[in-house]
Design a protein around this ligand. Structure first.
Ligand code: HPA
Length: 277
């Protein structure tokens, strides 16, 4: 009996073509907006929106607080594609689908990626509202978006020794100093979710070096690096992680903290976008 072929995934070329036909230009970069970080969308000039449902191969994003579309427009004069809403593993999407928007962006010729997420703070110095520049990550999602056939433009065994671009990080730190904004740095642990962690799981992640924990970003970064994209990522700390938090965690509180601190991160990103190489 022949071994069954694994599914080859969506037709990225077709998806990118559909998106390109709707855009006035090829974007210079993509920015992925995490929970409660939708404010950048309203800062876009001459913007237009393309719902995920119009792109072949993309299901509709389905978490409260996530919209599910690409928005293209000018931000500080730069041609930016925003990804508003993302796919999570905990929704049951295969790992490859979670990273499909990044693959589509790369297929479109985009080489720069800025990711944001909401995360629980493990580092005792972090408070709800802290912003963390991601230095590195731990993949606790027990899967890789690269499993299966090698996709267009991807390496089979991509190097991950500098997943987050050092020059982009220096720029973000410089901008934070100029804006007199506190910017933390640390390690992001990506977990499957959707339940929040137990206090013991948080102690384990802390022992392993994690400063923050969340349920996204890692698959997108892996694919971006496999595609040769340069990556910058930030976590908005929305809560103390389980066991550190004095109260139970709730998605509503995470969204509310995101809404409150979001504008600070958005202002940092606007300045970074303006000067990104
Ligand atoms: N754990 C996992 N994901 C999260 C958290 C958390 O505490 N807060 C926001 N996203």
């Amino acid at each position: 009996m022949p071994t069954p072929k694994p599914p080859s995934g969506p037709d990225l070329h077709e998806a990118a073509q559909v998106l390109e036909n709707k855009l006035p230009w090829i974007p210079e970069m993509m920015v992925v907006l995490g929970s409660g970080l939708g404010g950048l969308g309203s800062a876009l000039q001459e913007s237009l929106e393309v719902p995920f449902s119009k792109i072949p191969g993309l299901p509709e994003a389905g978490v409260a607080g996530h919209q599910g579309s690409f928005r293209a427009g000018l931000l500080k004069g730069r041609r930016v594609l925003l990804q508003a809403g993302r796919f999570h593993l905990y929704e049951g999407h295969p790992p490859g689908v979670v990273a499909t928007p990044v693959r589509v962006a790369s297929q479109l010729g985009i080489e720069r990626l800025i990711l944001t997420n909401a995360a629980g703070g493990i580092n005792r110095r972090f408070r709800p509202g802290s912003i963390m520049l991601i230095d590195d990550h731990l993949n606790f999602m027990w899967s890789s978006p690269l499993s299966g056939p090698v996709q267009d433009g991807e390496e089979r065994f991509p190097d991950m020794s500098t997943p987050y671009d050092p020059a982009y990080q220096r720029l973000a730190l410089e901008v934070a100093v100029e804006q007199e904004m506190e910017l933390e740095r640390g390690i992001y642990a990506g977990v499957l979710g959707p339940n929040y962690e137990t206090p013991t799981e948080i102690r384990m992640l802390e022992t392993l070096g994690a400063d923050a924990v969340g349920m996204s970003t890692v698959p997108e970064v892996i694919v971006a690096r496999a595609q040769g994209m340069r990556v910058l990522a930030f976590s908005l700390i929305t809560n103390h992680a389980a066991g550190i938090s004095p109260t139970p965690l709730s998605h509503e509180d995470v969204l509310a903290a995101g809404r409150e601190a979001g504008p600070r991160l958005e202002s940092l990103i606007r300045k970074v976008v303006e000067r990104l190489d």
